[in-house]
Design a protein around this ligand. Sequence first.
Ligand SMILES: Cc1ncc(COP(=O)(O)O)c(C=O)c1O
Length: 415
Amino acid sequence: MASEQFENSRNETTGEKGRISELISAIKPSATLAVDAKAKALKAKGEPVIGFGAGEPDFATPEFIVEAATKAAGDKTMHKYTPTSGLPALREAIVQKTLRDSGLPISTSQVLVTNGGKQAISNACLTLLDPGDEVLLPVPYWTTYPEAVALARAVPVEVPTSIEDDFHVTAEELEKHVTSRTKMLILNSPSNPSGAVLSESELSEIGDFALEHGLWVLTDEIYEHLTYGGRPLVSLPVVKPELREKCIVVNGVAKTFAMTGWRVGWMIGPNDVVEAATNLQSHTTSNVSNISQMATVAALSGDLSAVAEMKVAFERRRQSIFKLFGEIRDVVCREPEGAFYAFPSFEKLLGREIRGVKVETTVELAEIVLDLAKVAFVPGEAFGAPGYGRFSYALADADLGEGLSRLIELFSEVK
Ligand SMILES: Cc1ncc(COP(=O)(O)O)c(C=O)c1O
């Protein structure tokens, strides 16, 4: 979505403006949700679809969290509007949790509770960016970032990474894309879709780069607990305390506690930015559902044993998906380091035929795989990385095995 597209928004013959605003017409629908919807629709029709598309854990929300919500629903004070910035008990729980898990000391005034991490990202972009500001976006990126940037009429600037480097962005590569208009960098580690987890020294170099150029950094840590192979959880403002005045941390309970439907996230930032973002949110969505907020207080104040159990399952599935992709000829897959996604390259399959159909792009490949093997995945185009595909391994072990054997079988027919 580029601003020059707006020039073409009038009807060429009548000169009339379109029904939908220029800004909103230019947004791409969420490709990840679209794949998931198509797979669910086929499933509802009785097709044996195996979905690797959804970015959500297959587990139920832990019972102690659900109980806290049930209790809150019976409390009449929870039936009313509450402060936009979040329930005091939740903001305090976020302060404690941030210190416990990341080692970052913050105060409650630095926290804004949002409708999922998604709203935190949107709030941050609208609060910090002016039209024409440039935002550095390492590729592959989570599909919402460029749209959130563009909704602030700012410009996403793609920064390449490579599969050989496990999709780790470097300060050196970022440096090549800075201009006098660059205002922000968006980082996401562990990454959706690549699974890349940046190390402390990499974060330190990137932090120095941001400081040198006076950039803001939005660091999305929503997959913080899902790192594997002994990789530690590292948070940029802890690695680089000098950056705290220009750093927005985005987080939420969706992925860690299997709470995607509860819609609770938060942003942490300097007081003035959080105050401005709270003003914005007071005119858009006001407070997040009190019931969900109380469930989140329970999630953040409890121990992390339920999270540890889920992580054991993700770790097992990570190993099996990596092993199975290794068995498919012409598919290159690196070992995912975090989150719950594998991001294999299908580049060697493109331009070839599957059952008589020539496949030129990964969008076409995803369609043909869904039609013929009844396996759903999200094509890399959704993440700025054509030629790749995102496979969520947050699905049952048996489904994962069956889905990958169907792929192995189908791809054995590629000519
Ligand atoms: C990297 C990343 N950030 C943020 C989110 C938003 O999560 P939610 O709005 O469900 O809290 C997602 C969800 O897919 C994500 O993958």
